[in-house]
Every structure is written in structure tokens, then in C-alpha cells.
Design a protein around this ligand. Structure first.
Ligand code: ADP
Ligand code: MG
Length: 258
């Protein structure tokens, strides 16, 4: 990135742990997917969530911004229980959490710039001129200042994902969630997206990343959480989890992916 000025400002959180999950349970019908998750994420901390397919990683992330209704337990986002928030309170707490998905979910009929401007103009009632200049700064920050007028169809996967990250940042979230942000990309495009995530981590953003990129998790995460069958099996610093896992299930998983 050539731009030294941060293109967004992170509001100062008022609590030590902007994410505090307590005894979170989530079922789909009779299928119990999360079975008592406890997770605290400190200000500026980067947590990588790893684990087998179907272990509930995406569901956990989706509960953090209430894309899924919680069955029981608490999900405190900067001190507000998003699991029970309603109406305007829910909108307000949701805006503190940006999310990036595996499939970029950009609006195909809008340019990159319009995609990034949309939420601030619609939700925050930011003026168009302000939203436009800020969206442009964010695109520059992710290395796409020259693609502002491009539509998603003309962008590569890595470029689309960087637009999606800029779009999530446009609401000035205090927390960013990434759900396998590089899994749908061709290998040669993974690096450019990881670089943007790396820059965000360095800027002090509080983040939870679900990832299959074990090398990246080791490098960028302060803490790695290993999930299996709806539970946190173990968590700790990357060196502990990757080099000295305590649990058999963690060892078994790592032997398959490393
Ligand atoms: P992971 O991200 O670790 O692969 P998920 O959280 O996507 O796991 O899924 C965990 C379990 O929850 C799976 O059994 C999946 O089928 C189920 N599940 C996820 N979303 C839904 C849904 N919307 N409706 C029903 N079941 C779901
Ligand atoms: Mg998933």
C-alpha cells in the first residue's frame, strides 16, 4: 500500500473486550451446531478460528453480528448484547461489526465506488459527497484507487474481495469478521487479499478470522481457536496450537491440513 494515511478512523471502544461471547448455543431445528461457546476478544486482538468443515465456525461468526438468531447465551459487542437487541439498538450495534464473506456479495449493477458508498449513504445518512470521497480513500487503501468506476464483473476475484473489504470498512466498524475470505480465490490472488487483512491487523483492528490458511493464521493471529463439533476444543497463541497442541482432536486436524 502506498497510502500512509489511514483511510478510516476506528472509534475508540469503551470496553476491554469488544467481543464477549458467553455460553453461546445455536441450533437449527434439532441440529445443535454451537454447544456452549465462550470467547473473549480484546481490543486490537486478532483471533483466528480454525477447525473441520461443519464444526460451526461460520455459524459462530454469523452470531456475532446477528446474521443468525442465537438460541441461548450472550453475545456482547462493545458491551451491548446483540443477541437480544431490537430495532435501532440492533442497527447501531450491527454497524460496529464489519463482515467479509467467502463470496464477495457485491452488487453487480454498481461500480466499486458505489458498492463502497452504499451503506454509509443509506444507513448513516452520510452526504453523497462525503461518502464518495471516503469510499475513494478506502479503495485506495486496498490498492484499487484506479478501479473506482469498474463494475464487479470486470474485476478479478482478489479485486472483488478487496472492494468487499473496503465496503465493510466504510461503516467505520470497530470489529471486522472474515469468513474464509480467500477460499474462493485463485491461488495467485490470495496474497493481495491477505496483505490487506495484514495491514488491518497492524492498524489495531479487532478481528476474528475464520481461515484455512494455517500459515497466515500463525503469522497474523494473536490467538488461535480450534473448534470441533460446536465447541472450542482449545485455544492459545499460534505457536502453542500449531507446535504443541494439547488435544488429540487438534493434532488430528492439523495433521490433515498442515
Ligand atoms: P463451518 O463454517 O465450520 O464449516 P457451519 O457453521 O457452516 O460450519 O455449519 C455447522 C453446521 O450447521 C452444519 O451442520 C450445517 O449444516 C449447519 N447449518 C449452518 N447453517 C445452517 C442453516 N442456515 N440452516 C440449517 N443448518 C445450518
Ligand atoms: Mg464455514
Amino acid at each position: 500500500m502506498t497510502n500512509n494515511e489511514p483511510a478510516y478512523t476506528r472509534p475508540v471502544a469503551t470496553v476491554d473486550n469488544p467481543i464477549e461471547v458467553r455460553d453461546l448455543h445455536k441450533s437449527f431445528g434439532k441440529n445443535q451446531v454451537l454447544m456452549g461457546i465462550d470467547l473473549s476478544v480484546a481490543n486490537g486482538e486478532v483471533v483466528a478460528v480454525i477447525g473441520p468443515s461443519g464444526s460451526g465456525k461460520s455459524t459462530l461468526l454469523r452470531c456475532l453480528n446477528r446474521l443468525e438468531e442465537v438460541t441461548s447465551g450472550e453475545v456482547l459487542i462493545v458491551g451491548e448484547n446483540i443477541a437480544t437487541a431490537k430495532g435501532k439498538d440492533l442497527d447501531a450495534v450491527r454497524q460496529r461489526v464489519g463482515m467479509v464473506f467467502q463470496h464477495f456479495n457485491l452488487f453487480p449493477h454498481m461500480t466499486a465506488l458505489e458498492n463502497v458508498m452504499l451503506a454509509p449513504t443509506e444507513l448513516k445518512k452520510q452526504g453523497k459527497a462525503d461518502a464518495r470521497s471516503r469510499a475513494f480513500e478506502l479503495l485506495e487503501r486496498v490498492g484499487l484507487g484506479d478501479k473506482a468506476d469498474a463494475r464487479p464483473a470486470s474485476l478479478s476475484g482478489g479485486q472483488k474481495q478487496r472492494v468487499a473489504i473496503a465496503r465493510a470498512l466504510a461503516m467505520s466498524p470497530e470489529i471486522m469478521l472474515f469468513d474464509e475470505a480467500t477460499s474462493a480465490l485463485d491461488p495467485e490472488m490470495v496474497g493481495e487479499v491477505l496483505q490487506v487483512i495484514r495491514d488491518l491487523a497492524a492498524s489495531g483492528m479487532t478481528m476474528v478470522l475464520v481461515t484455512h490458511e494455517m500459515g497466515f493464521a500463525r503469522e497474523v493471529a494473536d490467538r488461535v481457536v480450534f473448534m470441533a463439533e460446536g465447541k472450542v476444543v482449545e485455544s492459545g497463541p499460534p505457536t502453542e496450537i500449531f507446535d504443541h497442541p494439547r488435544e488429540e482432536r487438534t493434532r488430528d486436524f492439523l495433521s490433515k491440513v498442515l
